[in-house]
Ligand binder design. Sequence first.
Ligand SMILES: Nc1ncnc2c1ncn2[C@@H]1O[C@H](COP(=O)(O)OP(=O)(O)O)[C@@H](O)[C@H]1O
Ligand SMILES: [Mg+2]
Length: 289
Amino acid sequence: MTDGSGDGSPDPRPPKRRAVVTAFMNMKGGVGKSTMAANAGWFAAYYRNLRVLLVDLDPQFNLSQYILGPKVYSNIIEENAETVNAIFRDEDRPSSLIDIIKEVVNWRDGSCLHLVPASLDLAWTVRRYVTARTQVLRNYLNDVREEYDIIIIDCAPTESFLSTAIYQATDYIFVPVKPEFLPTIGLALLLQSIEQHKRDHPDEPVPEMGGIVFNDTGEHAEHNRSRAQVRAIAKENGWYVFKNEVSHSNSYPAGARAGKPIFLTDNARSWKKEEFNRFGSEFLERAGF
Ligand SMILES: Nc1ncnc2c1ncn2[C@@H]1O[C@H](COP(=O)(O)OP(=O)(O)O)[C@@H](O)[C@H]1O
Ligand SMILES: [Mg+2]
């Protein structure tokens, strides 16, 4: 991807900025972390012409399937291609993340959507290591930060050494919340996890809270009750709540099956696409764009 000419002539390009690292987290599953990571990544690359790297850090590899499509993903696994798990190994680690990155789309203007896929092996790594080697994620990402404008990490809904690795590597955490029964449990666990991280690593910077975003919303009384509970927790902790919500649309799962963002699926209603784009804009704004 770098095209250093090596002829000693001055480089006419402006200095490249270093990627902002973001993560979608919530210690609850099924709230839309992977869906939002995939769609926000596509939005940033497709509409904002950014160089986007998605990193799947969930052993359940949903993001990898959403982005590559289930068929291409299973080919990769059958071919024994390296996945993110390789960076956490004892030996034989890849020399750079570039060795693992799948170049999903490259546009002519330089913008791109790339992916570091995950696989089930990551589950074994998580079981084996309790605290080991959290810094490798930050180090590997640092190596490629000039090749991208934004890095988006998709996280598992569980506490493990990966959570620490993510806190050490990330600038902004974004928290999708589904306004349903007991919406605050995942938030409380996330809060505990971040507080524990601060106690364990008092000298390290911690990521900023990019904000809570309501996802998969609808006009139910339960959703309003649930929103109020979440807003109360957000207020207590000084967390931002996104102005733009993402409502329920069957085009999200349909897009996931087709390996497409909502705005490139055929059947999505235009107001659903516009709604996601408003969230996408707010997301980038919160991440400093
Ligand atoms: N806004 C939405 N409308 C409809 N379905 C959604 C929406 N967001 C997520 N989903 C669906 O909900 C399920 C869980 O979403 P996912 O992104 O995998 O959650 P997580 O990564 O937090 O576990 C998936 O089947 C996904 O397609
Ligand atoms: Mg997920």
